[in-house]
Design a protein around this ligand. Structure first.
Ligand code: DGY
Length: 421
């Protein structure tokens, strides 16, 4: 074990401790001052490498914010912070759940990481997992009730996929006329170079969709009428499928009934086929309003193995990514006309998505590719730091710094000190 390796692990632990606000972890101070849903689940995975109790606290706090409908919001506004926009007042969902929150959800990685945390010490984790289980079931049921189009899981707002400005949404976003959105002041661009963030045209539509949800009191049945944005998403579909398989394993461990969960798994397995582009064989987002496959290969397209789905076409794409990109996997295919190396989800490489891809590859027996991706990601973080995301061509760090989920995937997956990753 080299001195540098030890210090990287220490730095990562210090980032998690530094972003800990007591029971929940912020993604990074300033830019994201609240609890984000999938960030928090990644934080639990990171904490589990050195403080299991803290890992369980993170997941417990996340589900303490669950709405009565089962939805677990993508942001929980635990305390006011003028440095972020749009805050709880803009969402207009202050009283929909136990904590003021946003009105949309985020990719459900929680069950997968709850299982990973549990496996660290089943005796210690038994009680926490038992308390979380019905809440996770309720959340998955919410997805199946409200975000399910014959097994393809769709998003109703780009923030729901977590991949805010991916080209996957361009066609659907262009169809929205953000009339009446009014004046507002963005805060993100005061923390980070605007060239690394979504454009004003994107933000107008993000806020317009939030205003619509608020006007309809976040009533899913009302919002499902004439949905202005409805895109079937590989992130959501593959992640829910994987999480569902892990939830069934959790049910077994707890002696709970898994019949309903297994039923969802079958529906989702069938749904993944709908994301497969018949012309290219790759997995794309599908605009459910027009029926169009976007044609985009994003980093989410490579989550098929994570969901337990084999794909020779995606393996070919992965080998191409290894050959053509210095720091794969780019969030949008380099060379495509909408590729933008620094702009958030339009090109940059995200260590968290690499970790999920690598986890999936290893689980399906593709050990050479899993190790290659892990080594490349470790090298990227070791050289350029715990950034939010990275330029896939130069490795330059981008977005926020001292980032919780990058530190977490270092500790749980990328670090040379992780055994059996
Ligand atoms: C942001 O504020 O950029 C977030 O991604 C929204 O969830």
């Amino acid at each position: 074990m080299s001195k540098d390796t030890i210090s990287m692990d220490e730095q990562a632990r210090a980032i998690l401790r530094g972003n800990d606000r007591g029971g929940y972890t912020v993604p990074t101070a300033g830019l994201y001052p609240y609890q984000w849903n999938w960030d928090s689940a990644f934080a639990a995975w990171g904490f589990a490498q050195f403080d299991l109790e803290r890992a369980w606290d993170e997941l417990t706090t996340l589900f303490d914010g669950q709405w009565p409908s089962g939805m677990v919001p993508h942001i929980q506004f635990h305390q006011p912070d003028p440095g972020y926009f749009p805050g709880a007042d803009v969402w207009g969902a202050e009283t929909k759940g136990p904590v003021p929150s946003s009105g949309v959800s985020q990719p459900p990685v929680a069950a997968t990481f709850a299982l990973a945390v549990y496996r660290k010490n089943p005796d210690q984790g038994q009680a926490a997992l038992k308390a979380l289980f019905p809440k996770m079931v309720k959340w998955h049921r919410w997805f199946m009730d409200w975000r399910n189009d014959n097994g393809a899981i769709f998003i109703t707002h780009p923030w729901e996929a977590g991949r805010d400005n991916a080209p996957d949404w361009d066609e659907a976003m262009a169809a929205i006329d953000p009339v009446g959105v009014g004046e507002y002041t963005r805060r993100d661009t005061s923390h980070v170079d605007p060239a690394m963030r979504p454009t004003k045209a994107d933000y107008d539509r993000y806020i317009w969709l939030v205003q619509r949800g608020s006007r309809l009191d976040w009533d899913e049945a009302a919002m499902a009428q004439d949905m202005p944005f409805k895109v079937a998403d590989p992130t959501m579909t593959f992640i829910l499928l994987r999480a569902n398989r892990d939830l069934a394993t959790i049910a077994d461990a707890l002696g709970e009934d898994r019949t309903e969960i297994d039923g969802w798994t079958k529906v989702l397995e069938a749904g993944t086929a709908r994301l497969r582009n018949p012309e290219t064989g790759s997995y794309n987002a599908v605009n459910l309003i027009t029926g169009n496959h976007t044609g985009n290969v994003s980093n989410a397209s490579f989550l098929c193995w994570y969901a337990g789905i084999e794909s020779a076409d995606m393996m070919r794409e992965l080998h191409e990514a290894f050959e053509t990109c210095s720091y794969p996997v780019a969030s949008h295919k380099p060379g495509d006309e909408t590729f933008d190396a620094k702009r958030y989800w339009r090109g940059p490489t995200w260590a968290i998505v690499n970790a999920l891809i690598g986890y999936g590859l290893a689980g399906m027996g593709h050990h050479a590719e899993a190790q290659k991706l892990r080594a490349l990601t470790a090298g990227l973080i070791a050289k350029y730091g715990f950034a939010e995301y990275f330029d896939p061509t130069s490795g330059d760090p981008a977005g926020g710094g001292t980032f919780t989920w990058t530190a977490a995937v270092w500790l749980a997956w990328a670090s040379p000190n992780v055994e059996g990753a």
